[in-house]
Structures are given as structure tokens and as C-alpha cells.
Ligand binder design. Structure first.
Ligand code: NAD
Ligand code: ZN
Length: 249
């Protein structure tokens, strides 16, 4: 409890807070992290459905995963207390931006006003040939006729707006994320194992540039040793307590 109180008072004093989030913040919404998959998700291997070489070689694996697991999950999931708490820190404190490794769109749905999606989004698609964009609902209905689905405009190949394993991150997005890390005086890392690079360099860079670093994660991370505050617990529990403490009750 004491760590939460001192973390909240550090947040209160900060002028430019940046949150850095990973799969853990969405776990309590029912989207499994890559560690500890459950239920239907177990049928599909993230090393295959999230891998660019496999997508090129065997695209139907991704499309079947999308149809059977990803799409129904996205239609059902809602932001949890952790996502909402970050929105409250935005209004009660000085949280400026959320940099996320997640592709689920839940920060925006919760109401965060500035979100940098390092790994893209699984809610939109585009054609590799004619660049036409599609919503996930449009793509889902195409799958009823054909897998992989041809572009309705040009019959070209469609893909999700995500960064697959084996693909580089968008350099402009990465640049703006690092700029935020350099600008902030407090970096709040939440629900990330901090092992996926170059994303995990973002909290490290913030710390090197003089920001305070706090890590909220269920398990220990390789950056705990440089952090000013470490809380190993669920973000849906911890973040609302920080908000309570910020509001002084
Ligand atoms: P990760 O799966 O490597 O790590 C998630 C971390 O969250 C783990 O260390 C785990 O201990 C912790 N965790 C689990 N439940 C938690 C909770 N309730 N509260 C706090 N922490 C909790 O995920 P990562 O670090 O984000 O990186 C792996 C990659 O996985 C990223 O590239 C990301 O794009 C992708 N991914 C995204 C989603 C999503 O969009 N929701 C889901 C799975 C994986
Ligand atoms: Zn097309």
C-alpha cells in the first residue's frame, strides 16, 4: 500500500507522464497474453498466426484464426478498470500519451485521447495491391465466401494493419514513441514483460533521460532493477488504487 501512495504522490508531482502498456493490461478484459493462452486460443499458435513468413506461406491459418477466435473476441471484449484508470490519470494528473504494444484498440475505446500503437491494430485491414482499407466487420463477412479473402475492388491480397513477428516497426511511429519517452518526466510501464524489442527500449530510454520509471506487472521484468517503483500485481487492481490515492481518498 505504501508503494502505491508514494507512486501516486510522484505522479502528482510529474508534469509529463507517459504510459507504456503491453498485453497484461488487456488480460483482465479476457484477451490472453502470449504466456498462458486459454480456451479457444490454444488451438492457434501465435508463433504462426502472428508471423509474417507463415502469413505469406499459409495465409488461411491467419484467416481461420481471425474468423474463429480474434473477431469473436474483439466483438465481445471491453476495456477494464486498468484502461479506465489511465484515462482518469489523464484528467487527474498529467498523463499525455499511452504508448502500447497491444493491437486490440481498448485504450481508445476506454477514452484515452492520445494512443501510439507500436504494433498496429487488428481492427482494420488493407489491400496489398490497391491499398483500399477495410473494417474488421467488412473483412469478416468476406470470409464467409472465401479464405483467404480477395479484395472486393481488385481481387488482391488483404492483410491486417498489424506488425507481424518478422516485420520492422513503422519508423515514424517508433520515432514519435521515443520522442515521448525523451519528453516525459515519469514513465508508467504496465502489463508488459519488457522482453520484446525495440519496444522495451522505450521505458529504458525514458529512465536514461532522467524520467522516473515505475513498473506494474504481474511478474518480475528484466528492467525492474532500474525502476524507481515496482509493483508485481494485476493492473486492474493497482491502477484504480493509484487513481484513488491521486484523488486523495
Ligand atoms: P507479454 O505476453 O510478453 O507479457 C505480458 C505481461 O503481462 C507478462 O509479463 C505477465 O506477467 C503480465 N500480466 C498478465 N496479466 C496481467 C495483469 N492482469 N496485470 C498486470 N500484468 C499482467 O506481452 P507484451 O510485453 O505486451 O509483448 C508481447 C507481444 O504480444 C507484443 O508484441 C504485443 O503486440 C502482443 N500481444 C498483444 C495482445 C493485445 O493486443 N491485447 C495480446 C497478446 C499479445
Ligand atoms: Zn485491392
Amino acid at each position: 500500500m505504501e508503494t502505491i501512495t508514494s507512486l501516486a504522490s510522484a505522479i502528482k508531482k510529474s508534469k509529463y507522464i507517459v504510459a507504456f502498456t503491453g498485453a497484461g493490461i488487456s488480460a483482465e478484459s479476457g484477451i490472453p497474453t502470449y504466456r498462458g493462452e486459454k480456451g479457444l486460443w490454444e488451438k492457434y499458435d501465435p508463433n504462426l498466426y502472428a508471423n509474417i513468413n507463415y502469413f505469406n506461406q499459409e495465409p488461411s491459418y491467419y484467416w481461420n484464426f481471425f474468423r474463429e477466435v480474434r473477431y469473436p473476441s474483439l466483438k465481445k471484449v471491453r476495456p477494464n478498470q486498468g484502461h479506465f484508470a489511465l484515462v482518469e490519470i489523464e484528467s487527474a494528473g498529467n498523463l499525455k500519451t499511452v504508448i502500447t504494444q497491444n493491437i486490440d484498440g481498448l485504450h481508445q475505446e476506454a477514452g484515452s485521447s492520445s494512443v501510439i500503437e507500436l504494433h498496429g491494430t487488428t481492427r482494420t485491414f488493407y489491400c496489398l495491391d490497391c491499398s483500399q482499407e477495410y473494417s474488421m466487420d467488412e473483412v469478416f463477412s468476406l470470409l464467409e465466401t472465401k479464405i483467404p479473402p480477395p479484395c472486393p475492388v481488385c481481387k488482391g491480397k488483404l492483410r491486417p494493419n498489424v506488425v507481424f513477428f518478422g516485420e520492422p516497426l513503422d519508423p515514424q511511429i517508433l520515432h514519435s514513441a521515443f520522442k515521448e519517452a525523451e519528453n516525459c518526466d515519469f514513465l508508467l510501464a504496465v502489463g508488459s514483460s519488457l522482453v520484446v524489442y525495440p519496444a522495451a527500449d522505450i521505458p529504458r530510454r525514458a529512465k536514461q533521460r532522467g524520467a522516473a520509471l515505475s513498473i506494474i506487472n504481474k511478474e518480475r521484468t528484466p528492467l525492474d532493477y532500474i525502476a524507481d517503483y515496482v509493483i508485481n500485481d494485476e493492473s486492474g487492481k493497482v491502477l484504480p488504487r493509484i487513481v484513488q490515492s491521486l484523488k486523495g481518498d
